[in-house]
Design a protein around this ligand. Structure first.
Ligand code: SF4
Length: 219
């Protein structure tokens, strides 16, 4: 059963910094974005997706190969892990916002195949424009940061995933930020390490669930 944790946002929507009257207008403009070099190699711009406003904003690093083909964030194996995490939170993609630090796939050739690489600082800086617009329209209470890159983007260069994962922090505009692992990282781990990481994520998700639970709902 889906709990109403994320279905009744009472957070006021902040005014977007840019000249878009609605998120759909921003999305339409972003789909033609050429603000950074990733525009030359992408198949699709992967704009955030879900509910806006929403109490929870899930922020990953960047589109995967599957996302680049589908145009939907977290549409591949990592997305299936994320969906399970959302079920643990008693919610689903329809009630939260899911997005990334950059909206075009960052990849480099490894042999003959393109392989994902971390986005460069200049790419992150260029795409911050769209991230800030999404944050303004979604107006979340909590941002769940998946991995080191989103953590650094919202919490500064001093962010360290090993040290700061699972600790509440304050992001831009006073938004509560909870860093955890990226699902893609868990999928790369061997079983014993993965079990330990999954236990850590379970603890992190429990913090988010407690924070977003209505006052009259036992955690
Ligand atoms: S990554 Fe972001 S800034 Fe760069 S082209 Fe894509 S949408 Fe534009």
């Amino acid at each position: 059963m889906q709990l109403p944790l994320f279905d009744s946002p009472d957070t006021a929507v902040a005014q977007p910094a840019a000249a878009f009257a609605a998120l759909d207008e921003a999305r339409a403009a972003a789909l033609a974005c050429t603000r950074c070099g990733l525009a030359r190699t992408r198949q699709r711009v992967v704009f955030g997706a879900g509910a806006a406003p929403a109490r929870l904003f899930v922020l990953g690093e960047g589109p995967s190969e599957a996302d680049d083909a589908s145009g939907t964030p977290f549409s591949g194996p990592s997305g299936r892990v994320l969906d399970a995490w959302l079920r643990t939170l008693g919610t689903s993609r329809a009630a939260v916002w899911v997005s990334n630090v950059v909206r075009c796939r960052a990849a480099e050739l490894f042999g003959k195949r393109p392989r994902n690489r971390p986005p460069r600082p200049s790419e992150i800086k260029a795409c911050r424009y769209w991230l800030d617009i999404e944050l303004a329209f979604v107006a979340p209470e909590v941002v769940l940061c998946l991995g080191a890159t989103p953590g650094r983007v919202l919490l500064g260069r001093g962010f360290k995933l090993d040290r700061d994962r699972g600790r509440w922090a304050t992001g831009p505009g006073g938004i509560l930020v909870l860093p955890t692992y990226n699902p893609a990282y868990l999928l790369r781990l061997r079983s014993q390490q993965r079990a330990a990481a999954e236990a850590a994520v379970a603890g992190d998700l429990a913090l988010v669930r407690t924070r977003l639970a209505p006052a009259d709902t036992p955690p």
